[in-house]
Design a protein around this ligand. Structure first.
Ligand code: NAP
Ligand code: HSE
Length: 431
């Protein structure tokens, strides 16, 4: 045990899926952590909405409170662990905690994506740390490697599967497990998807996480509204069948790629070659692939959510903060900001494309589609045409690389063609 000071006091905000795991592990491993740090870590108060609720892990009743001031105004609380979720009141509480000189650990991607820059500056101003490993990838270590281990690199790209719910749904659809609605219902039945799955299926959750990763990887201030975002609700069984035949999986990719002094930031479903490791990240798993100038590529893969995996990240941050508190020394990580990096407009992004077009099965229609693409200087890589009902045809085209603006123009021209029923699908292909 260490010298003069007593236990390190913790205020826990939230006792749900993650909070109950954190409370349990701090309790079960109390002796181990006390030996590791030199002082015990003690839960002083736990903030909840409903103190009467049954919990996965029950803390002593007097610790529970519904008043945040019981944690924020207590000088014995040296560290706040925030696992409540949502933007407010969490954001206000974190500001108050940092302003009061408390160390903060959070798993809150929404707050970190929207307000991370300001909160980290506030932490530096008050000579404390704000740690947020659990905000991206649950149990996967990714924030700390970007802050420290990969710092010698110029990061070129971050390509990630960072939403477990959608990855579960897409994996199930890819195995022929029905359409989107059926796969979502199954994910909800198994507890992966929330009753309101909007943030997951519309890519909002992944956009928060990508903004956090891009900010760290490129030393820029990326915000959720900078991220081009498309969800997975328009994917059909037909797209998965074609993708499989062509040698691809469909994944909700979060991509941040540096291109000169501009950075692409995008979340959308994409075809990923089955040769790529990312294509084989299945079920509720997450994976983050980082490309840098020195280490080439690394891939971090693991459970992106769940009580104990997320607790692993939260408690690691708490132990890190406890070392700083007990040593009374805190070394801020690099806060270097790269001058002049801007977000690339989606119109300028170049990718390959998968198109699925409903067309009349009559002479010249395919030639007209090919002409519209050629007029936009888009080169066709392959074409599949299958007969559909009542004289119709389904045309699937894979293109070579093209600018998004050119593709949008070509699709408008194709949709206006006499023999075309509609452009049913346009997906980007991960290079
Ligand atoms: P959760 O199960 O819904 O738990 C939230 C907890 O916070 C509950 O105990 C709730 O109290 C309390 N709470 C919420 N709003 C409150 C308020 N205004 N005042 C007081 N207490 C409040 O959420 P979770 O799944 O544990 O997630 C917590 C955070 O971790 C979120 O930021 C989430 O994004 C992040 N995260 C979660 C996972 C995961 O696998 N679940 C993974 C990575 C990151 P009551 O219980 O009394 O309602
Ligand atoms: N809803 C998130 C997911 C939880 O499905 O990945 C972890 O942030």
């Amino acid at each position: 045990m260490g010298g003069e000071r007593g236990a390190i006091g913790i205020g826990l905000m939230g006792l749900g899926v993650v909070g109950s795991g954190v409370a349990r592990i701090l309790h079960e491993k109390a002796d181990v952590y006390a030996r590791q740090i030199g002082y015990p870590l003690t839960l002083r108060r736990v903030l909840v909405r409903d103190p009467k609720k049954q919990r996965r892990f029950e803390v002593e009743a007097p610790l529970l409170t519904t008043d945040a001031a019981d944690l924020l105004a207590d000088p014995g609380v040296e560290m706040i662990i925030e696992v409540m979720g949502g933007e407010q009141p969490a954001y206000a509480y974190l500001r108050e905690a940092l302003s009061a000189g408390k160390f903060v650990v959070t798993g809150n991607k929404e707050v970190m994506a929207k307000h991370g820059g300001e909160l980290l500056a506030l932490a530096r101003e008050h000579n404390v740390d704000l740690l947020y490993e659990a905000s991206v990838g649950g149990g996967i270590p990714i924030i700390a490697p970007l802050k420290r281990d990969l710092l010698a690199n110029d990061i070129v790209a971050v390509t990630a599967i960072i939403n477990g719910t959608t990855n579960y749904i897409l994996t199930s659809m890819g195995k022929g497990g029905g359409g989107f609605a059926e796969a979502l219902a199954e994910a909800q039945r198994l507890g992966y998807a929330e009753s309101d799955p909007t943030d997951d299926v519309e890519g909002i959750d992944a956009a928060y996480k990508l903004a956090i990763l891009a900010t760290l990887a490129f030393h820029m201030d990326a915000h959720p509204e900078d991220v081009h975002r498309e969800g997975i609700t328009r994917l059909t069984g037909a797209d998965f069948a074609y993708a499989r035949d062509l040698g691809y999986a469909i994944k909700l990719l979060a991509v941040a790629r540096k291109d000169g002094d501009r950075v692409q930031l995008r979340v959308h479903p994409a075809l990923v070659s089955q040769e790529e490791l990312l294509a084989r990240v299945d079920g509720a798993l997450n994976a983050v692939q980082i490309e840098g100038d020195l280490m080439d590529r690394v891939l971090f893969q693991g459970p992106g959510a769940g009580s104990l995996p997320t607790t692993s990240a939260v408690v690691a941050d708490a132990l890190d903060a406890a070392v700083s508190i007990s040593n009374q020394v805190y070394w801020p990580h690099s806060s270097r900001r790269e001058a002049g990096l801007t977000v690339m407009p989606m119109d300028d992004v170049v990718t390959r494309y998968y198109l699925r077009i409903g067309a009349a099965d009559r002479p010249g229609v395919l030639a007209q589609i090919a002409r519209a693409l050629a007029d936009a200087e888009i080169s066709i890589a392959s074409v599949i045409q299958k007969e559909a009902a009542e004289g119709g045809a389904e045309v699937v085209i894979m293109t070579h690389g093209a600018r998004e603006a050119s593709m949008r123009g070509a699709l408008a021209a194709i949709a206006a063609l006499d023999g075309v029923g509609g452009v049913e699908q346009m997906l980007r292909v991960h290079a």
